[in-house]
Design a protein around this ligand. Structure first.
Ligand SMILES: Nc1ncnc2c1ncn2[C@@H]1O[C@H](COP(=O)(O)OP(=O)(O)OP(=O)(O)O)[C@@H](O)[C@H]1O
Ligand SMILES: [Mg+2]
Length: 357
């Protein structure tokens, strides 16, 4: 009969490439039950969005099934996302805050934030999405929640849910032309209020869809909001890259690590002939990433279905989950979650490179 020692020894051959350590030393193996020849245990990962989750399960099943005296192996995969202390302290219940930013406007921040949020929620993560774009909130429309009003109870505001994501936007509360006359301090005040007075509940990841630019409002937000890390969205165009560089510099200034760059509208694939064209030039984001020593977290194509789904309030990862575009968002979500895990595991505040990323 296999003993607990034999099983742990077999499982210690499985290495988590992100931490470069085996899953037993990392403390991922829990709740082991040995019932004669039947073995069951849990592997608790650092994120439900782990891209190698199924690979780990397969390896664990194989490693234990190959032991003498084992006839049946049941592996339960779970996860527990670690909280960044400064986030959990300031926004109780929320483990990590990720700012989705860009220097230049219109490069696809909101589209990226929405699809990223839904992709994370689809893995089972608890996800929130805060629209910090006070002048031009897009989240209500993109999440098919336009025209809805949140519930209030005393000083608490309740988020509006769709696609498994809890959202909040100034667009639920004031007319767009009303917000247009607000000045900078009012804007950051409003965002802080949404962050602190919304009943977010328990969240693994709270994404913030930032307004375009790198001005005073952005700096104030980056300083006041306890951000775990930022993601900078750019198109491959020179001007957008220049602004993305400013975005990274701004977060550096306030000691917020940039997890990486997302190159949006990276390549256009003709829906008729399938030919790809680099409408906004090629290779720019990779070059910027090398220069800034950050990763490219994803390349999202310029694609009409992404825009149509976005306009319809049905993010492509929900509306067309089998599409290649949805897969690109899911890969990107997995990478983001991995990097957040690494940051929290190492308790460091510096950019992290993923091998072969
Ligand atoms: N990969 C893509 N393919 C096709 N259209 C896209 C893509 N990404 C974004 N879009 C479209 O581009 C427009 C701008 O996108 P979005 O609103 O997400 O940008 P933004 O950076 O948030 O803008 P702003 O700076 O105004 O907040 C939208 O119409 C959106 O549907
Ligand atoms: Mg936007």
């Amino acid at each position: 009969m296999a003993t607990e020692h034999d099983i742990l020894k077999a499982l210690s051959s499985i290495i988590d490439p992100d931490f470069n350590k085996d899953i037993v030393s990392l403390g991922f193996v829990k709740d082991m039950h040995i019932d004669g020849e039947r073995i069951s245990f849990t592997i608790e990962l650092t994120t439900p969005a782990c891209p190698v989750k199924e690979e780990f399960r397969r390896q664990a099943e194989e490693a234990v099934a190959s032991l003498p005296g084992v006839s049946d192996v049941c592996v339960n995969m779970t996860s527990k996302v670690a909280a960044q202390p400064k986030v959990a302290q300031q926004v109780p219940g929320v483990s990590n805050i990720i700012a989705v930013a860009s220097g230049k406007g219109g490069v696809g921040k909101s589209t990226t934030a929405v699809n990223l949020a839904v992709a994370l929620a689809q893995t089972g993560a608890r996800v929130g999405l805060l629209d910090a774009d006070i002048y031009g909130p897009s989240i209500p429309r993109m999440m098919n929640l336009a025209g809805q009003r949140p519930n209030f109870e005393k000083k608490t505001i309740f988020p509006l849910d769709n696609y498994g994501v809890r959202t909040m936007s100034i667009g639920y509360m004031v007319d767009e032309d009303q917000a247009m006359i607000w000045r900078g301090p009012m804007v950051s005040g409003a965002v802080m209020q949404l962050l602190n007075e919304v009943a977010w509940g328990e969240l693994d990841y709270l994404l913030i869809d930032m307004p375009p630019g790198t001005g005073d409002i952005h700096l104030t937000l980056a300083q006041q909001v306890p951000v775990t890390a930022s993601i900078v969205v750019t198109t491959p165009q020179d001007i957008a890259l220049l602004d993305a560089r400013k975005g990274i510099a701004m977060f550096n200034k306030v000691n917020v690590p940039t997890l990486g760059i997302v190159e949006n509208m990276s390549v256009f694939i003709c829906p008729h002939c399938g030919e790809s064209s680099h409408v906004f030039a090629e290779g720019g984001a990779d070059k910027l990433a090398r220069e800034q020593k950050v990763d490219v977290l994803g390349h999202i194509p310029l694609d009409i279905q992404i825009r149509l789904d976005s306009d319809n309030g049905t993010p492509i990862v929900a509306a067309h989950p089998d599409s290649e575009q949805a897969e690109a968002y899911r890969r990107f979500a997995g990478k983001m979650a991995q990097k957040i895990s690494i940051i929290n595991h190492r308790k460091i505040d510096i950019p992290v490179m993923i091998q072969n990323g």
